[in-house]
Design a protein around this ligand. Structure first.
Ligand code: AMP
Length: 250
């Protein structure tokens, strides 16, 4: 795939929505390579960083993260807005310090500019992993006028087949896939020759459960952005099929 750098047509606040295993990380990397003005903010990375540094927030979030549940909305929203602020993209409003009223998030940018924190007009970024629910999306509306929501769709059967053929060298984290990145010797790590294993959390039942949960929680999120007219659906069986139409949207 060519990575010719391109200019954004306008400031882009992008959200990628897709089931686990669909390749959101890959698409994010490709968009960052294609559009040098973009940066990426990953809610999962921010949380993991807090857990690693043993911050108060990290300690509070850890249990939910380990059990595969979502952390509370207020926690994640605070984390994202302070990250946007520390990057200089979100300026605290001087005229009104009250918290944005998430239940009446405005679609009019002039109205929100008067009373809410203001986003820098040139700030362009991908939010990775946030928002995950319609409630989070409503809260985000009050802070950031998201203008590209790309729904990445790969049939669940294709995702499950990909997971079933994934093998890991646990000590190094090297990942293989017997369909398109097979180890030189079946079942052995290329570098050390040590045995490869399949992760317990890669079991098909666990993945079916994750995909079901995603279907449930993403429905209202997608409807939210569809109503706002900024949702685009891009379907493909592989990341290479998905990238070109996704890039064209932005
Ligand atoms: P991820 O790396 O995006 O899969 O996130 C890892 C974990 O962080 C998730 O399983 C959740 O526990 C938590 N997390 C990440 N993003 C969010 C979010 N937007 N809302 C709630 N919890 C989140």
């Amino acid at each position: 795939m060519s990575h010719t750098a391109r200019q954004l047509k306008k400031a882009a606040r992008i959200i990628l929505v897709g089931a686990p295993g669909v390749g959101k990380g890959t698409q994010s990397e490709r968009l960052l390579a294609r559009f040098p003005q973009l940066a990426s903010i990953s809610s999962g990375d921010l949380l993991r960083e807090n857990v690693r540094r043993r911050t108060q927030l990290g300690v509070q979030a850890e249990a939910a993260m380990q059990s595969g549940n979502l952390v509370p909305d207020s926690m994640i929203l605070g984390l994202i807005s302070s990250e946007l602020t520390s990057k200089g993209w979100l300026k605290p409003s001087s005229s009104n310090s009250s918290a944005p009223n998430s239940s009446t998030a405005s679609t009019s940018s002039s109205q929100s500019a008067a009373s809410f924190p203001q986003i820098s007009p040139t700030a362009s970024f991908i939010l990775d992993g946030f928002p995950r629910t319609a409630t989070q999306a409503t809260s985000l509306d009050a802070l950031v006028p998201v203008n590209f929501v790309v729904q990445l769709v790969t049939p669940p059967s294709v995702i499950l087949a990909r997971i079933a053929s994934r093998w890991v060298h646990e000590p190094s984290g090297r990942v293989y896939n017997t369909d398109f990145h097979a180890p030189k010797v079946p079942g052995k790590d290329d570098i050390t020759g040590e045995p490869l294993t399949q992760r317990e959390d890669d079991s098909i039942d666990t993945w079916k459960q994750r995909l079901r949960k995603f279907e449930e929680t993403s429905r209202a999120l997608l409807e939210h952005y569809e109503r706002r007219g900024c949702l685009w659906r891009v379907e493909g069986k592989s990341s290479d099929e998905i990238t070109p139409p996704a890039v064209r949207r932005i």
